[in-house]
Structure formats: C-alpha cells, structure tokens
Design a protein around this ligand. Structure first.
Ligand SMILES: Cc1cc2nc3c(=O)[nH]c(=O)nc-3n(C[C@H](O)[C@H](O)[C@H](O)COP(=O)(O)OP(=O)(O)OC[C@H]3O[C@@H](n4cnc5c(N)ncnc54)[C@H](O)[C@@H]3O)c2cc1C
Length: 451
C-alpha cells in the first residue's frame, strides 16, 4: 500500500479482519474517481480476496438541509452504481439513520471490515460512534476530503491562518500526489441487485420542500469535473482580481461539488497547478482551496461547539458582551431577513440571490453575514439566523466552511480586534460604501432582478 494512503487511515475500531466482505460506507465522498476511501477499500478487499460493496445511507433529514441540497445530492449519486458495477463493486442505497441501518446491512452483507469517510461535523461523528458501538468488526476511517489528513495537519485547533498555512504547506509534498488507477475486483459482488429507487427514497425524506430547486449547476462527478475544466480555462486566469466581485465573479462555483464530495479537492489542486495561468492567480486560488478550506475542517474537528458563540475568540465574546445593550439602528426578525425586506437594497439583493440561486457571490457573502449581526437583538440570534439561512438556501450549506465563514464574520474567528464601534464592538465593520466603491452595484442589482 502507498505510504501516503496508509497515513490517511485511522482505525476507529481496531479489530483483526473477520473473514467476510468489505463494506465502504460512503457518506462524505460521493464519487468513484480520486476517492482515497474507495481506493483503500479496494486495496483491502483485494488483499483478502473479499468482495466489496459501497453503501450510502440517506437520512430522512440532515441538520438544516432542504430539498434543494437533497435533490443535488441524490441526483449526483445516481451515476455511481453503474461505474462501480464495471469495477465489480456492489452499491446499496439504505434509507434511514446510519446507526440503525448500517449495523443491520453489515450483518446482511456478511461484512468483515467497514471503511468510512472522515467528517468533522457533530452529527456525522455521532452516527459513526453509534455504528462503531453496534458492531464488532474492524472500522477504518479515511480522510479523502482533505489533501493533508485533518488529524495530521494539526492535533489541536489552530488559532491563525498563517500558523495553519505554515503547518500544511510542507506536508503537500507527501500528500498532493497523483491518484493511482482504481483497480477492478477479482471477487465480484453479486451484481444483479435492482437499481436503487432514488425518487422513492427522496420522496420519503422529511426535508423542507418549500425551497425552490436550482438548475444553473448540474450535480454529479462528471458535471463537477466539467466545471473544473471550464474554470481552469477561464475563471482561474483572473481569479485574484475578480473572484470577490459579485457581478463578474471569477469564482470556480466548485463548492457544492466539493461539499458533497462529487469532486476531490486534491484533483482540483493538481489540475489548477498544471494550467498555464499566472502563478499569482493559482496561488490565491490554492490558498482558498487548500488553506482556508482545510482550516475549516480543523476548526470544526477541534471545536465541538463550532455552531455557538462559545466558539468565538475570547476578545470577540467580551467585546460583543460589552455592547449588548447598545441601541440598534435597525432590528429585524428572522422572517424579515428571510424575505429580504430590510432597509438596505444591497443586503436584500444578496438575500434574493441566495434564495433564488443558492449562492451569494464574492465578497457579498461576508457583507450579508456581518449585517445580520448589526441588525439583530443579540449576537446569539445573529448566529442562529445566519446559520439557518445559509444552511437552508446555500447549495454548499451545512459545511465546515459555513460554520467557519460565519464565525469569522460574526465572531472574529482568525481575526484581530478593530477600533470599537457601537453594537459590533471590536469586530470588523463591513460597510455599504466600501462595497459600492469596490464593485459596480448597479450591474449587481440588474443581475439579481433578472433571476
Ligand atoms: C458568511 C459566510 C458563509 C459561508 N458559508 C459557506 C458554506 O456554507 N459552504 C462553503 O463551502 N463555503 C462557505 N463559505 C466560504 C466561501 O464563501 C465559499 O467557499 C465560496 O464562496 C464558494 O464558492 P466557490 O466554490 O465558487 O469559491 P472559489 O472562490 O472558487 O474557491 C474555491 C474553493 O475554495 C474554498 N474556499 C473559498 N473561500 C473559502 C473560505 N472563505 N473559507 C473556506 N473555504 C473557502 C471552497 O472550498 C471553494 O469551493 C462562507 C463564507 C462566508 C463569509
């Protein structure tokens, strides 16, 4: 086995392999290509001459996700069974909560070892803990999401972006490697299983169906790789200058693919590095893709209270406390925020863009969150409301990047104290005029009106 692959694996339940099949419980990495968890499961199965089946467990609901994200996820998964079949690997769609469905499926599948995806979020960690408690076979976890496995990047929460950067950059020589070809299975899974009932399973989920679906981005591994190729030919060449501009955004739009694991960040990084784009554009993009994204996993893994104000740095909490009684010039309820009926046309336009498209482009995402803090009665309300809106409407919501991004804006995470102001204390103020100077807002309003 490749040395770098062995380092990506943790034994959550360290048992000898019990004769039987190998099951890979796919939960965060919804792809067959460039997937270290699948590569590992194949290696293990081949070494024991065992059969391999991939199981995906669709929970009836997931934190704040709505039908918008569920539809993107389920449609993205559809292409997997056929590709796995070609390799001699089975696929099983389970419906329900993993702690209930997985142990029973492992028994049915006569499993001797379970491979699982790494995930720093609490719900997923709880599922995994409960599955581990209910089975008595080996359970191995693979970090196929981060380029540098999260537990090797740092064993504690890192306080600054620069410290984290200094830690992971040297490790890229070990981990930013090419992917080996996925080998086919010698012992093939019984491949006569019927196609999963995707529509029925989705219909049985209890998610909020009032959020409109979006169609500007097509789900799945193949579509994600096409989006990556397009970005490498176009957006990347002006990324540094234009990524933050909400009108002519040169962002990659890859976050939903990365969030659902339909595309691997390591593949993105390797393809970007190989382009002819100027070095400063590539470096800026890679700083976001690698350093900021992997820092978010570090934050969530080592901060169990990542979705509460307890996760904010102490200076920010103290400062917000000192300003609790400051009169607010504007105060809005969650409903007013959600309908985009504040006094501020720029904020309302950003909220409209979020509701209609599932994305707020460029620097407006931070502006949007910062105003929720200014116009809420308490910082706790601001955090709850920002997370609710982000996770309900954003195609890339319910992600460590979201918890981190919102804590950065509303809670000063990775930041420093600024000169104190009413309501927001020492947090950085993002202002309307700054946005107006930076971007042609008229063009932005026009674009949002046309949505
Ligand atoms: C208030 C707020 C909420 C956010 N909520 C989310 C969220 O729910 N889900 C989410 O994926 N991102 C979130 N972000 C981070 C960032 O806004 C998005 O990752 C980015 O806009 C996604 O668009 P893109 O893929 O076109 O980005 P690009 O600019 O093309 O960047 C490429 C990739 O780099 C990573 N990246 C870029 N910016 C950041 C960042 N600030 N922090 C961490 N990783 C980053 C992402 O994986 C992104 O897909 C949030 C940021 C803020 C300020």
């Amino acid at each position: 086995m490749l040395d770098s692959l062995a380092k990506r694996v943790r034994r959550i339940k360290d048992r000898p392999y019990k004769e039987g099949n190998i099951v890979y419980w796919m939960s965060r990495e919804h792809r067959t290509g460039d997937n270290w968890s699948l590569i590992y499961a194949v290696e293990v199965a081949r070494s024991y001459r065992a059969k391999l089946c991939v199981a995906f467990c669709l929970p009836p609901e997931y934190i704040g996700a709505s039908i918008r994200q569920y539809r993107f996820m389920v449609d993205g998964l559809r292409e997997l069974p056929a590709r796995l079949r070609e390799l001699g690997i089975g696929f099983r769609l389970l419906e329900g909560y993993p702690e209930v469905e997985l142990p029973s499926f492992l028994f049915e599948a006569d499993a001797g070892l379970l491979v699982v995806d790494f995930d720093p979020l609490i719900t997923n960690k709880r599922w995994k803990r409960r599955v581990a408690g209910a089975i008595d076979i080996a359970m191995h976890e693979v970090d196929a999401h981060n380029i540098v496995p999260c537990w090797l990047a740092a064993q504690r929460r890192i306080a600054t972006y620069d410290t984290f950067r200094a830690r992971i950059m040297p490790q890229l020589t070990t981990f930013l490697t090419p992917f080996p070809d996925l080998k086919g299975m010698e012992s093939r899974w019984d491949l006569d299983a019927p196609e999963p009932d995707w529509e029925g399973a989705l219909a049985r989920c209890k998610v909020d169906r009032s959020v409109p679906l979006v169609n500007w981005l097509r789900p799945g591994e193949s579509e994600g790789l096409k989006a990556l190729a397009l970005f490498c030919q176009k957006g990347l060449f002006s990324y540094k200058e234009k990524a933050m501009d909400p009108v002519v955004s040169a962002q990659s739009d890859l976050s939903p693919y990365l969030h659902f694991g339909q595309v691997s960040a390591q593949r993105v990084a390797r393809d970007v590095i190989r382009t002819e784009a100027p070095a400063e554009e590539k470096d800026d993009f890679l700083d976001h893709l690698i350093v900021m994204r992997e820092l978010a996993d570090n934050f969530c893994l080592h901060t169990p209270e990542y979705d509460t104000i307890g996760a904010f740095p102490i200076w920010a909490r103290r400062s917000l406390d000192e300003h609790r009684k400051d009169p607010r010039e504007h105060l809005y309820t969650l409903g007013e925020f959600e309908r985009g009926t504040t006094h501020d046309p720029l904020w309302n336009a950003a909220q409209t863009e979020l509701v209609k498209t599932g994305k707020i482009r460029g620097s407006l995402r931070a502006y949007w969150a910062s105003k929720i803090l200014e116009w809420s009665k308490r910082p706790e309300d601001a955090l709850v409301h920002a997370l609710y809106l982000n996770d309900r409407y954003s195609l890339d919501g319910n992600d460590p990047n979201g918890y981190t991004g919102i804590a950065m804006v509303i809670g000063g995470l990775y930041g420093r104290p600024w000169r104190s102001k009413d309501v927001i204390g020492k947090l950085k103020k993002l202002s309307y005029t700054q946005e107006r100077i930076m971007h042609d807002l008229h063009a932005y309003y026009e674009r949002v009106k046309e949505l």
